[in-house]
Design a protein around this ligand. Sequence first.
Ligand code: SAH
Ligand code: SF4
Ligand code: F3S
Length: 451
Amino acid sequence: MIEKNLYIKTYGCQMNVYDSERMADILKPLGYTLIDTPAGADMVILNTCHIREKAEEKVYSDLGRIRPHKDEKMILAVAGCVGQAEGAEIMRRAPYVDIVLGPQTYHRLPEMIARAQRSKDKKEGPGRGILDVEFPIESKFDHLPQEHTTVGPSAFVAIQEGCDKFCTFCVVPYTRGAEYSRPISAIHEEASRLVKRGVKEITLLGQNVNAYHGLSPHGEGEWGLGQLMAHLATLEGLFRIRYMTSHPRDMDEGLMMAHRDIPQVMPFMHLPVQSGSDRILEVMNRKHTRKHYLDIIEKMRKHCPDIALSSDFIVGFPGESEQDFQDTLNLVREVGYGQAYSFKYSPRIGTPGALLEDQIPEEIKSERLGRLQELLFTQQKAFNESCVGKSMPVLFDRRGKREGQLLGKTPYAQSVYVEAPARLYGECLEVKIEKASSNSLTGIVVTTESE
Ligand code: SAH
Ligand code: SF4
Ligand code: F3S
């Protein structure tokens, strides 16, 4: 087999990170090895994100940057959510792209590559690109290789994909398709293979991960996320289970109980609220009120008192008044987040939000984002500072930039820098937190026993 080089650039969410890993797994048997730059690559895949305008624009500018590196043999593919949403447009604007595919068709990559290769061999030239953005009947998960090629101490496993919620600002239901839950046995199998290869932490992924309802192991019914996590917790060697991203509408007792009863389920929850104003939540079609969200947080804290919370916020959604924005700030003050992401509303073609009147001027969006981020930043810093002096288990999942330094994660998903020998990479050890900044912690190892 001829050895070939593969470069993948990943934009967007963790699901895209997972998809990129799986694309590399699919291409490995064809002789492709991952490299870090597009120069010298036989195949380049841009695994794209369509969520905001900026993410989309980046794809076109990166395509322009890659073009000079593209020689006769290079196959250039655009995958992911921009591929899904704008396939034909990409082919038109960048006819030198060989393949455009969506998130649900990447199991067919080998076939597409063979076709692209035939077209190159026949010197058919630009404009003969392959477009595969169907939502196939078969699930790609049934066609992915069993083994992950590269594994570290922490791994992602997709358990649910797609979205039926149709928030009025969001492209995901159009780019990822309808909600689909993988069967419990398939997930258990994938997780178990990872754990056998030394994975200690698994993050279960889904666009609406807590809407998960997969076929039970013996096919007698459906299990929710809480039951799935209880099942995975029986895997010997799996220390930590996380999940993302949840939706407030799909929170149930089972999930809260899982936090209370399963030690492997980490005390951290990313539960996006987007806005603190009932009026805006309604127009966003979030299908819940401010009170519903706050009630969930209260219940969750009752079951799991040390849980750290995270959220996503959108400022400047059409019609958002200063009062609506104040409601968001108040909600943030009321909840108290360990970390959070916040964005300016970006109107997306094809979503109902883009057609609403009363779009908010860019300067107001920027100004509100500044105020919100200042508040969130203060909370994040305070949360990090509250950890100083405490000891907690840290999973060393990344190598530091400097020799003798490792990076790890606390149970609350904070990054910790620790002076530690390279051999501790992959270990989960008790670390005493000595310093905190707004974005990370610094600590020292206080025991060499595994968690
Ligand atoms: N499924 C998740 C989020 C998916 S997208 C959920 O339901 O919460 C990730 C985040 O991007 C969203 O939570 C939202 O805050 C942000 N986002 C989505 N569409 C956006 C848009 N048009 N403009 C700005 N931010 C957006
Ligand atoms: Fe987008 Fe809403 Fe679905 Fe989340 S729940 S993916 S924000 S439509
Ligand atoms: Fe982006 Fe698609 Fe994820 S739009 S956020 S890559 S689901």
